[in-house]
Design a protein around this ligand. Structure first.
Ligand code: CA
Length: 230
């Protein structure tokens, strides 16, 4: 699956340069020209990483960073700040607010892409699941792809297993139907397969999970999240 990068930058030339180079490197690109747009797109499109210019019209980049990190749905999306030499102190504030890295303008596309890949790699490491997950009646062995409820093996289809795994990986964050569709069924199918597919699969998954079904929580009109039991 192509990783999706959200570029937040108002300077059109820089956007063009970034877009060209990121696409050439196999990334999917979405663009926001101001902070409000950025927050909206991050919530709706769930990018894998955000390139955030600090000098923006309206809400500035640091405020955008703060809002993204405060919102549970976007808090774990890695952020690389684009800064100018004169913004040394902003850079430090940004890192304190939770941005993952920064790059100072002017930069080479190659350097930026190397940074992006490093940040994405770190984020994937952090998101890794334990080999065995245990919560309440539910036990999942990811190495063996086996799911048990109250010690009884449960037969899941590959899509149902992926669904469960994706929800678990989000660690309690709400995932939209669109995001689940993109992640599990792939972009190519997104047009033909309706978001209702997700609901249908959640329904069958819950049925199979029996007493553990309540761990899959519905976020009304939006999607689903996983809530582990203590
Ligand atoms: Ca700018």
């Amino acid at each position: 699956m192509k990783e999706k990068i959200l570029i937040v930058e108002d300077e059109k030339d820089i956007v063009k340069m970034l877009e060209y180079n990121l696409k050439k490197d196999g990334f999917k690109v979405i663009v926001a020209q101001d902070g409000e747009d950025a927050l909206d797109l991050a919530l709706r499109q769930y990018p894998n990483l955000i390139l955030l210019d600090l000098m923006l019209p309206g809400i500035n980049g640091l405020e955008v960073c703060k809002s993204l990190k405060k919102e549970i749905k976007t808090a774990s999306i890695p952020i690389i700040m684009l800064t100018a030499k004169s913004q040394e102190s902003d850079k430090i504030v940004g890192l304190e607010l939770g941005a993952d890295d920064y790059i100072t303008k002017p930069f080479s596309p190659r350097e930026l892409i190397a940074r992006i890949k490093a940040v994405l790699r770190r984020a994937t490491e952090k998101d890794k699941l334990p080999e065995i997950f245990q919560s309440g009646d539910l036990n999942i062995d990811f190495a063996k792809i086996s799911v048990k409820v109250k010690d009884k093996p449960i037969e899941l289809t590959s899509k149902e297993f992926e669904l469960l795994k994706t929800l678990l990986k989000a660690k309690g964050r709400v995932l939209s139907r669109d995001y689940l569709l993109d992640t599990i069924w792939g972009y190519d199918h997104a047009l033909e397969i309706q978001t209702r597919t997700v609901d249908v699969h959640v329904r069958t998954l819950r049925k199979k999970l029996k007493s553990a079904a309540k761990m899959i929580v519905t976020a009304k009109n939006y999607g689903y999240r996983f809530e582990a039991e203590d």
